[in-house]
Design a protein around this ligand. Structure first.
Ligand code: THU
Length: 385
């Protein structure tokens, strides 16, 4: 039984690489050297010393001193990190998990000052963590297992009760050496490399599993993320789908899907109810968006809802689909949810965390997870995962 979530910082909760490179460029400018991001990139992840010494050697920076660079970096970083947008999607999972009763830990190789500054900059506080371990607390850094073992001891849990969230190969290896299960984010590596490094599951970022509202659901979402089969397939309800690796940002997909659902609604065939509904389904395998509208019938019971129309349109194009997101566009305030029959059809092709967005012309979109709207779908016993 999962009891604890342990998070790496950079590439998982925060993306501070660009900020670091900006400050590096400022430092070199202060000693009269024009540096660019491309001078730092090969040296990212090599520790602070490599981060400065690499470009300094390459650019022949004579006035370079590591201790000065390090002091400059720290004071400038602390000055501007609060105003920099370094939070990665889903970073609020830490607070949510902690409040639900999951034990939470940070295991970052960064120095303590940087870890603490990043925690605040991503909208969290030290109180959201039951343990904070940094590079200063251990002798041997990742890929050695020390930082994860220390975190397990501090949390008082067994390795089998913890899941580690990592983005880099050395971090994945570190978590595995400590006998934890590891969910990798594809913020840094692609999925194949993450699996090669030993990851038990791969997600695009933490927002893929942060939509839970209870401890049980949090555990279920994390377990689901580790159910990926060899070959990259993932269970979506009754079907196995290989999700697209590089997805568009959620905000972009959401906007496009709402537009598609609103446009489909214009075509609703509703001579009896005059109640127009549009829907749009986002396919997990392709990222494509399929529209649907309600189509009524003189024999009222033969009416087809917008959601099922969108799903059958998608299946006609792709075969069995996995649904990452489904938008329902109605004219209600609050916007209408899918009917129970549609929820059951949605569940055939969805994961518990599939996002169901309810929208209407007058109100902002409201986002739910399928598990909230239909906690216990029926999936035929012989094909249940
Ligand atoms: N309708 C939908 O399109 N989706 C739902 O989930 C609920 C209802 C349509 C069917 C019918 O044309 C009209 O709304 C009134 O029931």
């Amino acid at each position: 039984m999962l009891k604890a979530f342990i998070f790496d910082m950079d590439g998982v909760l925060a993306d501070s690489e660009d900020l670091s490179m900006r400050i590096g460029i400022e430092y070199f400018a202060s000693i009269g050297i024009a540096a660019g991001r491309e001078d730092f990139r090969p040296f990212l992840g090599m520790g602070e010393e490599g981060f400065f010494a690499g470009p300094a050697g390459k650019l022949g920076a004579e006035g370079y001193s590591y201790s000065e660079a390090s002091a400059f970096f720290r004071s400038r970083y602390l000055e501007i990190v609060g105003d920099s947008r370094i939070a990665l999607p889903g970073a609020d999972i830490v607070r949510k998990a902690h409040r639900c009763g999951i034990l939470t830990a940070l295991a970052s190789s960064a120095p303590r000052w940087k870890a603490m500054a990043n925690i605040e900059a991503v909208g969290l506080t030290a109180d959201d963590f039951d343990s904070i371990a940094t590079g200063e607390d251990i002798k041997r850094n990742k890929p050695e297992k020390d930082i994860y073992e220390l975190s397990l001891i501090r949390l008082g849990v067994d390795a089998s009760e913890a899941v580690v969230f990592e983005d880099a190969a050395a971090g994945i290896e570190s978590g595995k050496r400590a006998s934890c299960r590891v969910i990798a984010l594809t913020t840094t590596l692609d999925a194949a490399s993450a699996y090669d490094a030993g990851a038990d599951g791969v997600i695009p970022d933490l927002s893929a599993i942060s939509g839970f509202s209870s401890r049980e659901e949090a555990v279920r979402f994390a377990e689901e993320a580790m159910k990926r089969m060899p070959g990259g397939k993932v269970r979506y309800g009754a079907v196995m789908i290989e999700p697209l690796e590089r997805r568009m940002p959620r905000s972009f997909t959401l906007r496009k899907a709402i537009e598609a659902a609103a446009a489909a609604r214009e075509n609703a065939y509703v001579p009896f109810s005059r109640y127009r509904v549009g829907a749009a389904v986002v396919s997990a395998a392709t990222g494509r968006i399929y529209p649907g509208c309600n189509v009524e019938n003189s024999s009222f019971g033969a009416t087809i809802c917008a959601e099922r129309n969108a799903i059958t349109t998608a299946v006609a194009e792709e075969g069995a689909i996995g649904i990452d997101m489904l938008v329902v566009f109605s004219e209600d305030d609050p916007p209408a949810p899918p009917c129970a029959a549609c929820l059951q059809v949605i569940a055939e092709f969805s994961r518990p965390e599939t996002e169901i967005v309810l929208a209407s012309p007058g109100t902002g979109p409201r986002s739910y997870r399928l598990s909230q709207l239909l906690p216990m779908p029926f999936i035929f016993p012989t094909i249940r995962g």
